[in-house]
Write a protein that binds this ligand. Structure first.
Ligand SMILES: [Zn+2]
Length: 182
């Protein structure tokens, strides 16, 4: 990995040395039945071997960091790594990744998930699709969206899913249909 990329990344997430705060208390109630809750960390606390995988992926597929790199939230093993406080629906999205990585109970599984995520675009697409579907279903229910609003929300998530930060995974139309699929 070129050293400069890591330097730029660290600058993006530098500054405040405090711990990232968790979402509002309400969100904590959503998974109260689940004893495993991810902890919150600053992005610069993301373990180095995961950061190395991510930077290598971006370097290979984008030739550098994505434009909105400083807004990206990472879930690894027991934690959610974020620069800022995250919204409830994004928490649901990250919970999907948390559960798929072994619910905070299996570090090997989390490591394997990240290796495959960074190296295998189909896997990355499927994992993000799953997370965006959960995020969409949550927001539609929570905010009682009507059909048009639900469609707009799905279109936004499809746009995100196909954005450069994931390495341009496919067509927004396909993603849109997949997010809204019954
Ligand atoms: Zn995701």
């Amino acid at each position: 990995m070129p050293e400069s990329l890591q330097v730029i990344f660290e600058e993006l997430y530098g500054g405040d040395s405090g711990r990232a705060s968790s979402p509002e208390a309400t969100i904590q109630n959503i998974f109260m039945t689940d004893p495993n809750q991810p902890k919150f960390y600053k992005v610069k606390e993301l373990p180095e071997h995961i950061l190395a995988l991510v930077l290598k992926m971006w370097e290979r597929e984008l030739g550098g960091l994505p434009k909105d790199a400083d807004r990206i939230v990472f879930t690894y093993f027991k934690g959610i790594y974020t620069k800022d406080k995250i919204a409830e629906d994004l928490y649901i999205h990250e919970m999907a990744h948390f559960i798929r990585q072994g619910n905070g109970e299996n570090q090997q599984m989390a490591d394997q998930w990240w290796r495959q995520y960074c190296e295998d675009k189909d896997f990355r697409y499927q994992e993000e699709l799953l997370a965006y579907r959960e995020q969409w279903k949550y927001i539609v229910g929570r905010k009682k969206l009507n059909r048009q609003q639900a469609f707009e929300a799905a279109r936004y998530f499809a746009h995100e899913l196909c954005s450069p930060k994931y390495g341009n995974l496919g067509s927004e139309m396909t993603a849109l249909n997949a997010i809204m699929k019954k």
